[in-house]
Each structure stands twice: as structure tokens, then as C-alpha cells.
Ligand binder design. Structure first.
Ligand code: PEP
Ligand code: MN
Length: 342
């Protein structure tokens, strides 16, 4: 359930509510909106004596949440969530553009991409250091060295770093180099990893599992939020269907459906959904038209020779064209596009 606090309630009235919850071993999660203070309550509500919250002077109303996810529910933050990662606002009016290679292969490779991305409005550099590959014989990523390369290159261009972490054991090390943790599709229901990312407090982008329903995916977000980390972006990256023309099927409907169900910002990854470079731009435009808050796109200086996901990576030149089209689409849907500082 959520408790809607009376507008203008004093600090002591709010404390009184939290006190009753904590005395009954319930966990309060406070969300301070522009107009309303809302307290999400997690735990066994049957501990509460009937009426024990209703009588408190700071309580306006109590709303039960029927879904199994609570903190991720739109009701917890009706106005939507936006948060900062350093000076980048995620979930605001301005689109968040993230790009970079599938995997970090060398400093020269990452440099060749990053140097061209800045002028396109990209604010976050992506690159896989720990690669979750289907085959154990495929390139597994440069791991620690990959993270160091990303950080060095990103710092040269004033970019943030997003990179996937596949094990809870790597979070602490990775946190020295990245700004946003990516949870990949294959780990979308690795609940220990989700809880560990929740405890770390590091902003994260949660990709949708390849066979996850939207409600299950929100359950994954709830694992992170229930540990106190609310800085989450949901990333639609395609789901497995009977269609084989594309690598996955981009579930465009997930964007408006999520907007109704959750307050969390929504990112779309057209690269992994398409699996083929020629489909990335149309899917990117569709995502923005549908209301996505940002995009994450794979770019490689020499896609043909990429060590992973060669077919779907764009050249920096193709990305620059895509960025121009996205900018035009942003204007149509009244979203601002990042201004490039000279
Ligand atoms: C990736 O971003 O390189 C990746 C492996 O993505 P996904 O988890 O969506 O397959
Ligand atoms: Mn990839």
C-alpha cells in the first residue's frame, strides 16, 4: 500500500507515520513529489492494528496497490521520476542519448567512436567489458581493462559511462569506473544481482529479459528499488517471438504500457532488437515517437570486424545521420534534444 501524506503536513506528523510503520516492522519508502509526499509501505501489513494509520493526523489516504510490484508502480510517484547522474538529467524533457561499441576491444576503438559521438549529442558512452556471450568460446570482454579504457576515453570527452555487470562480485570494482550499471537481458531475473545493485545505490539501466512480461520486468525493478535504489531506467531491447527476420521483436507497445504502469524513465535499445544495422534507425525513430526518454545504440568504427554483434553496429557516420533524424522526431513529440557544447 501507499500512504498519501496530507499536503503541508509537518515533519513530526510524517515521523509519527514512519514510527508506527517501523514499530510494526514495516519498511517505509518515502517519495517526495512536487505536490505530494507519498510513503510506500513494504512488509506484512497484517501486523498493523486496524485503523492504526488512519487515525494519524498526517495521513490523507491509504491506497492499496494490487500489483506485486509496489515502489515501481506509477501510483508511488504519479508525476514520474527524473534523476541526475552527475549533471545529466534522466527522465526529464531532454532525451538521453547513449552510444558506443557492443564490446570494448581496445582504447583506439573506443576513442574512434567517442570522438565522433560528442558532436551528435551523446552524453553516455556505452561499451561492454563483461560480455554475457551465448558461447563460452566467443570473445568474453576485456573485463577490468575494458572498464579502465571506457573511463579514460569518457573522461577525455566529458561523457558518462554505462557498462554491464554480470556478477554481484564485480559491482564494487566496476563502481570505480562506471556511472551507470547495465543489467543485461540475460540477467534480468538474476535476483541476487538485482538486490546487490539495489544495495549499491549506483544508478542502473535494467534491460528487459528476452522472455519477460512487462509485469515480471517491473518485478525485477522492484528487487532493486526495495533495497533503496530508485535510480533505475527500464530498457526495452526486444523480446523473443516466432519472428526470425529480426534478432528480437522490439515491443514498441511496452513504451506506452510502461508509462501507465510505472514512473521510471524508459530507454529503448533498437540495436539488440533489430540485430541488423539497417533496421536500427527506423526503430529508434519509432521509439521516440512512442514516448521513450532515450536511446542506447551500438556504434563501432569498423562494424564488419567487430568481435561481437557485428551485424547490428552502426558506423559513426550512420549514427550521425540517425541522430539528425532523431532530433527531428524529438521536435515533433515536443522533447528537447541535447545541445552540443562546442
Ligand atoms: C549489450 O548491451 O551488449 C547486451 C548484451 O545487451 P542485451 O543484454 O540486451 O542482450
Ligand atoms: Mn551487443
Amino acid at each position: 500500500m501507499i500512504i498519501v501524506v496530507k499536503p503541508g503536513a509537518s515533519e513530526s506528523q510524517v515521523h509519527e507515520i514512519i514510527d508506527v510503520l517501523e514499530r510494526n516492522e514495516l519498511k517505509p519508502h518515502v517519495s517526495e513529489g512536487a505536490e505530494r509526499l507519498i510513503i510506500g509501505v513494504i512488509g506484512d501489513k497484517s501486523r498493523l492494528a486496524p485503523g492504526s494509520l488512519e487515525v494519524l493526523s498526517g495521513v490523507e489516504k491509504i491506497v492499496p496497490i494490487m500489483e506485486s510490484y509496489k515502489l515501481a508502480s506509477r501510483q508511488f510517484r504519479p508525476e514520474g521520476t527524473s534523476f541526475n547522474v552527475k549533471d545529466l538529467v534522466i527522465g526529464g524533457n531532454e532525451l538521453v542519448m547513449m552510444a558506443g561499441p557492443c564490446a570494448v576491444e581496445s582504447e583506439e576503438q573506443v576513442e574512434a567512436v567517442a570522438s565522433k559521438m560528442v558532436a551528435c549529442g551523446v552524453k553516455v558512452l556505452r561499451g561492454g567489458a563483461y560480455k554475457p556471450r551465448t558461447s563460452p568460446y566467443a570473445f568474453q570482454g576485456l573485463e577490468k581493462e575494458g572498464l579502465k579504457i571506457l573511463r579514460r576515453v569518457a573522461d577525455r570527452y566529458g561523457l558518462l559511462v554505462i557498462s554491464e555487470v554480470t556478477s554481484e562480485n564485480d559491482i564494487e570494482y566496476a563502481s570505480n569506473y562506471l556511472d551507470i550499471i547495465q543489467i543485461g537481458a540475460r540477467n534480468a531475473q538474476n535476483f541476487r544481482l538485482l538486490s546487490a545493485v539495489g544495495k549499491s545505490g549506483i544508478p542502473c539501466m535494467l534491460k528487459r529479459g528476452i522472455a519477460e512480461t512487462i509485469d515480471e520486468w517491473l518485478g525485477s525493478a522492484e528487487y532493486i528499488m526495495s533495497e533503496g535504489n530508485y535510480h533505475i531506467m527500464m530498457c526495452e531491447r526486444g523480446i523473443r517471438t516466432f519472428e526470425t527476420a529480426t534478432r528480437s521483436t522490439l515491443d514498441i507497445s511496452a513504451v506506452p504500457v510502461l508509462k501507465g504502469k510505472t514512473h521510471l524513465p524508459i530507454i529503448v535499445d533498437p540495436s539488440h532488437a533489430a540485430g541488423k544495422a539497417q533496421y536500427v534507425e527506423p526503430l529508434a525513430l519509432a521509439a521516440i515517437a512512442a514516448g521513450a526518454d532515450g536511446l542506447i545504440i551500438e556504434v563501432h568504427p569498423d562494424p564488419k570486424h567487430a568481435l561481437s554483434d557485428a551485424a547490428q553496429q552502426l558506423t559513426p557516420e550512420a549514427y550521425a545521420e540517425l541522430a539528425q533524424r532523431v532530433k527531428e522526431m524529438a521536435a515533433i513529440v515536443k522533447r528537447s534534444y541535447p545541445i552540443v557544447k562546442e
